[in-house]
Design a protein around this ligand. Sequence first.
Ligand code: F6P
Length: 550
Amino acid sequence: MNADGRTRLNQTPEWTALAKHREELADTHLRDLFAADPARGTGYTLRVGDLYIDYSKHLVTDETLRLLRELAAATDVFGLRDAMFCGEKINVTENRAVLHTALRAPRDAVIEVDGENVVPAVHAVLDRMSDFADRVRSGEWTGHTGKRIKNVINIGIGGSDLGPAMAYEVLRSFTDRALTVRFVSNVDGADLHEATRDLDPAETLFIIASKTFTTIETITNATSARQWLLAALGDEAAVAKHFVALSTNAEKVAEFGIDTANMFEFWDWVGGRYSYDSAIGLSLMIAIGPDRFREMLDGFRIVDDHFRTAPAEANVPLLLGLLGIWYGNFHDAQSHAVLPYSHYLSKFTAYLQQLDMESNGKSVARDGRPVEWQTGPVVWGTPGTNGQHAYYQLIHQGTKLIPADFIGFAEPVAELSEELKAQHDLLMANFFAQTQALAFGKTAEEVRAEGVPEELVAHKTFQGNRPTTTILARELTPSVLGQLIALYEHKVFVQGAVWNIDSFDQWGVELGKVLAKRVEPALTEGADVPGLDASTKALVAAYRELRGRS
Ligand SMILES: O=P(O)(O)OC[C@H]1O[C@](O)(CO)[C@@H](O)[C@@H]1O
């Protein structure tokens, strides 16, 4: 029993029933499931907004889905969902509400935190962002010397980088191509160097994105960026025209030297990895314009409303979350691949890595006791066709079960030439062929029938039975991007709720930060750091020697 009165997850009858069911299905192949139900290809599908979700190629039956839904009911996933949408403080270790859904709520919605409706503030910031973005895009907002802003550099890390950087790539064809928009995150000086080396400081706007405004990588890069600017423009007053801040921490913003009039605010109830639809999206909004940004928010809202209201049988985030639990907890799958068949989604999986792994990479339950069940998977993947010529071999014929999401679009991006658009069918033929091959494989008999010599038959056989979800949409628009992100946000939520972990804290990143601060003087000054272990001590000495410092 948990301290909160709940039976431990792995001791519930629902969990035990799933484990037993898994044994019963051990010898069932997807080929059998499709043979037994000719309607499976259309029956095991759902729609949400513009997304068509095919989950027929999963190792599940109606009974599996029923048992999974019972697990969700027993762990009160929908109860926690309602608490989240209402602004209850479900981030228990930080005593915070979790309200990224308020960032896309309509103007007239009422969502309260500590008795205060947060929606008017959300829209006030959105309006200020829109006004600022319009002024930069139109050339009305100029740099210190009066030159038009042609370059926008977002400096941030983690949730203050990955979201806008990903979305900028995804929506590139909607961006103002006259603007150069870059993202600097790494404290390796090379990142800022490459981002600024060919730019005119007088035409460059820096957006310093940091929820806390204390993150060392971001503050270090921002300080270097200010030096780069001032070295060229020579006047402290230039900072006001070339630096804006996105933060929850006005005091630290002012301390850094950015006028808080140039600060776009968000709130502690927005987690970093859930923040790119807040002020953190300013660089994206400048790139695509406020109207497109709002279309994206509308897309998020479509899936929020669906998650909040759809019954369990038709609730897509619930389904996707439960399927992940089925593989992670009952098939020992360790990882989950996300494989987009769109060049524009090249940073999509990197974004999801933070969303999923920082949220659900936990081993302590909400009541403080260690979990006795697997939690979040390793999330990985790159655009599909490139992956086909790299790691798909392992997915097809390796010894590990790797459930995968395939994401594709019926239409190529509108601005491609007719010639390049013609390549789209080939791209999508690969998309459909892969999930088919993964599910159904190729039997030894089929291989033999092709005249393959006996000694090669085993090598050329594909076991199949590799589960995939296919997510298909007509085209990649700002709204569809919002829908996709909200879908994954809520999927991650569902899994955290079932595992009874706090998906909204991230204590696991703290220790490394503290140790880096402690080790730095050993590198720079050769200072003796008390308690440094023998391995790290020797590595520091080797580093100093290589840098000619010892
Ligand atoms: O926006 P901040 O406060 O600079 O934090 C950046 C990132 O650092 C983390 O706290 C830890 O990596 C993330 O959760 C967050 O997105």
